[in-house]
Design a protein around this ligand. Structure first.
Ligand code: NZQ
Ligand code: ZN
Length: 383
């Protein structure tokens, strides 16, 4: 196991009817900016619950953060925060609202060009304190210090990290997720699944606890994913999906082990260039990355096949290949398409994506063996 440091300061408030606790979680004297997306929280009653809980607080609002939150929109909120002396940001929504709000929190008190935060990983010395009410289980953003921002003008999408952007608290009320449509539930399951595999399907690192933590989340996801369509009103299923998503990317699984993240970095380019949902992009790319790196990943893929899919086969090679097929079939069973052509994306895409990552001199994967040529080959397999 590699050395590691782990510190996660996010207070989790989990369960039904917990939004009312906001009044105690945010100091009464705060000037709060409530940030949200395109209106789902108005339709499912979450906005009303938040406003009721904060009826004695000073609350300003900023609506309109997009899925894959845009830099351009976030800057408008930064201006509002500065003008109105906002000293607490409350993000209410999915990963996009959370990520946009994390960027707003950092950029409001950043000196210099804020685009340097995602593009040059400029050091963030401070951020406006932030809390969140999560309504879509997927990204893990509620319990991590990451954010991913897109710039519409240049069709770029970049992540950044800072200890200053961890939410102070995250309210996770599974009943807020009953209003999600099929597509968002499926995307969220794929995203959670791939967060786990990015930290697990690499090479053995003599870390059996982290392996079993990852396998526990993957196995739970397979079970709950089946139930969620049959029992759409079942609170327990929603609760389990939500907790899996948070656990998938709160840093614990990645402690002391190699990590991949090639699927995510390639996927972000597909979203930036062609508008795929984040979950869709992962479902397309993951089987290709695994297929391409099957030799490097053989041992972990075989372990995954045995422990998560309960497969057994005479040779390890069969197991690894079967695990890749099973995973793709699982994504398809959720209704998430796994081929570029199914999203109307043509044969020019592999080169276009590879060129971008090559220009940034990026070598992806736990073995850092995926440069432009390899990325193009991976995406060509996924046409
Ligand atoms: O905008 P509103 O109206 O709120 O609607 C959203 C949006 O249209 C809707 N939605 C959210 N909660 C709902 C709901 N609709 C009905 N009922 C509810 N309870 O769902 C749509 C998608 O929301 P979005 O926030 O975009 O989805 P998600 O949570 O999947 O977030 C995706 C973003 O997170 C980034 C992705 O790249 C993408 O930009 N990621 C962030 C990570 C992180 N911070 O650690 C890691 C991830 O790998 C990922 O990259
Ligand atoms: Zn993700």
């Amino acid at each position: 196991m590699h050395n590691f440091t782990y510190h996660n300061p996010v207070q989790i408030i989990f369960g039904a009817d917990t939004i009312s606790q906001l009044a105690q979680l945010i100091p009464q004297s705060s000037r709060i900016l409530l940030t949200y997306g395109q209106g789902s929280i108005l339709r499912n009653g979450v906005y009303q619950q938040v406003k009721k809980a904060l009826s004695k607080h000073t609350v300003l609002e900023f609506a309109g953060l997009e899925a894959n939150p845009r830099y351009e929109t976030c800057l408008k909120a930064v201006q509002l925060c500065r003008r109105e002396w906002v000293d607490f940001i409350l993000a209410v929504g999915g990963g996009s609202v959370l990520d946009g709000s994390k960027f707003i929190a950092a950029a409001t008190v950043f000196e210099g060009d804020p685009w340097a935060i995602p593009t040059r990983q400029a050091e963030i010395a401070q951020a406006v304190p932030l809390g969140c009410v999560l309504t879509l289980p997927a990204t893990g953003s509620e319990m991590n210090g990451f954010s991913v921002i897109s710039r519409e003008e240049t069709k770029e999408k970049y992540g950044f990290a800072s200890p200053h952007i961890y939410p102070r608290f995250a309210i996770l009320d599974p009943s807020t997720t009953f209003s999600l449509d099929h597509r968002q539930i499926a995307n969220g399951i794929v995203d959670t699944f791939v967060h786990v595999t990015e930290q697990y399907i690499t090479r053995p690192a003599q870390a059996p606890l982290q392996d079993r933590q990852a396998e526990a989340i993957l196995s739970t996801l397979l079970e709950e994913a089946e139930k969620v369509w049959q029992q759409p009103h079942d609170y327990a299923v929603r609760a389990n999906l939500m907790w899996c998503a948070t656990q998938g990317l709160n840093g614990l699984l990645g402690c002391g082990v190699p990590q991949d993240w090639a699927t995510h970095l390639i996927g972000h380019e597909l979203t930036a260039l062609y508008g795929l949902d984040h979950g869709q992009s992962l479902a397309v790319v993951l089987p290709g990355v695994w297929q391409f790196n099957i030799e490097n990943k053989r041992e972990k893929l075989s372990q995954y096949a045995r422990r998560v899919w309960q497969l057994s086969a005479p040779s390890a090679s069969d197991l690894a290949a079967t695990a890749i097929d099973k995973t793709e079939q699982f994504f398809r069973s959720l209704g998430v398409k796994t081929r570029l052509s199914e999203y109307g994306i043509g044969a020019e895409a592999p080169r276009a994506v590879a060129k971008r990552l090559q220009e940034r001199q990026m070598f992806l994967g736990e073995a850092a063996n995926l440069g432009g040529t390899e990325i193009e080959a991976i995406l060509t397999m996924r046409l």
